[in-house]
Design a protein around this ligand. Structure first.
Ligand code: NDP
Length: 312
């Protein structure tokens, strides 16, 4: 079986930054791109908050540049998807969907998280044209516009207050008659005059020519006072949670109640020595390209130290 020094799962900012550092340290890392080459960023359009791009950068272009930068120093990028792991063995063994097995002395898990969507066809239809799962990424494009945020948790409240700083009006579409968010976050949205909460409301679909112009909503679905109406909005933000892509490792690593990989303090070290977690798969709080990149860097530095300390 092929044995690698450093295998990286995931090709978002965390995976590629880890690869750049690991490659420059002479580890000849192998990156497995996974299902979504370039990671979650490739679902957005322009990135304006990554340092170093004063005029913004197309998300796909940035990920392409990161890949090239990693390859320049000797990273090998492969496109298969990991389907099984064995972290009891040393070196660790990963199995991929093309049937191959690869052993590795260090493993950097940068498999990201997936934003949850409602499952409406219109979410796909208007993806990148008014539908977003990241207010920090896309909110800026809705200055002085009307937007809606779906969800009633802390993320939804945080996204709604962030958007209220930019947009003219923010609706929160909440399916229950109450918010699930913490008291402090509830107060923050309640005290913001730009935010209006639509309780007991669900989204049936979106409409618009060439972009979102509104949402079809239903109030108290199935009740005697059910009411269906259209709400004019320019942006539709999902904030109903994220699912970290950590299942493959659940047996060996410590996960929090939402499935995020728990790491040792501010380091990317996991419970298994030689296995590191970087980016959104281990970050329920920030979920930004720049924070993911930073943790990828830390993971590569840790991997290099681990290899050296163990004479590998
Ligand atoms: P949560 O699971 O806490 O909340 C998800 C929200 O989305 C709920 O209001 C839920 O409704 C709603 N929802 C889920 N599915 C649907 C659906 N199909 N249709 C309509 N609404 C739906 O997720 P969060 O991302 O908000 O938070 C995750 C964790 O991260 C939490 O522990 C949170 O406290 C933490 N967090 C903390 C922050 C902070 O402290 N600043 C910031 C962000 C997150 P319902 O209530 O009906 O289930």
């Amino acid at each position: 079986m092929e044995i690698q020094k450093c295998l990286i799962l995931g090709s978002g900012p965390a995976g590629y930054t880890a690869a750049i550092y690991a490659a420059r340290a002479g580890l000849s890392p192998v990156v497995y791109e996974g299902l979504q080459p370039g990671g979650q960023l490739t679902t957005t359009t322009e990135i304006e908050n990554f340092p170093g791009y004063p005029d913004g950068v197309d998300a796909n272009d940035m990920m392409e540049q990161l890949r090239k930068q990693a390859e320049r120093f000797g990273t090998e990028v492969r496109s298969s998807m990991a389907t099984a792991a064995d972290l009891d063995q040393r070196p660790f063994v990963l199995t991929f969907d093309d049937g191959t097995k690869v052993a590795t002395h260090t493993l950097i898990i940068a498999t990201g998280a997936t934003a949850k969507y409602l499952g409406l066809d219109d979410e796909k239809k208007y993806s990148g044209m008014g539908v977003s799962a990241c207010a920090t990424c896309d909110g800026f494009f809705y200055r002085k516009k009307r937007v809606a945020v779906v969800g009633g948790g802390d993320t939804a409240c945080e996204e709604a207050s962030y958007l209220a700083g930019l947009a003219e009006k923010v609706y929160m579409i909440v399916r229950k008659p109450y918010l699930r968010a913490s008291q402090a976050m509830q107060e923050r949205v309640a005290n913001d005059p730009k935010i209006e909460i639509l309780f007991e409301t669900n989204t049936l679909g979106l409409y618009g020519d060439g972009g979102v112009e509104g949402a079809h909503l239903v109030y108290r679905k199935g009740e005697t006072d059910e009411r269906r109406y259209d709400l004019a909005i320019d942006g539709f933000f999902l904030a109903i949670g994220h699912k970290p892509n950590s299942e493959l490792f659940a047996q060996w690593l410590e996960l929090d109640e939402h499935g995020y990989i728990m790491t040792e303090g501010a380091t990317p070290r996991t419970k298994v020595q030689g296995v590191f977690a970087a980016g959104d798969v281990a970050d329920p709080l920030y979920r930004q390209a720049i924070t993911a990149a930073a943790s990828g860097c830390k993971a590569a530095i840790e991997a290099e130290r681990y290899l050296k300390e163990n004479g590998l």
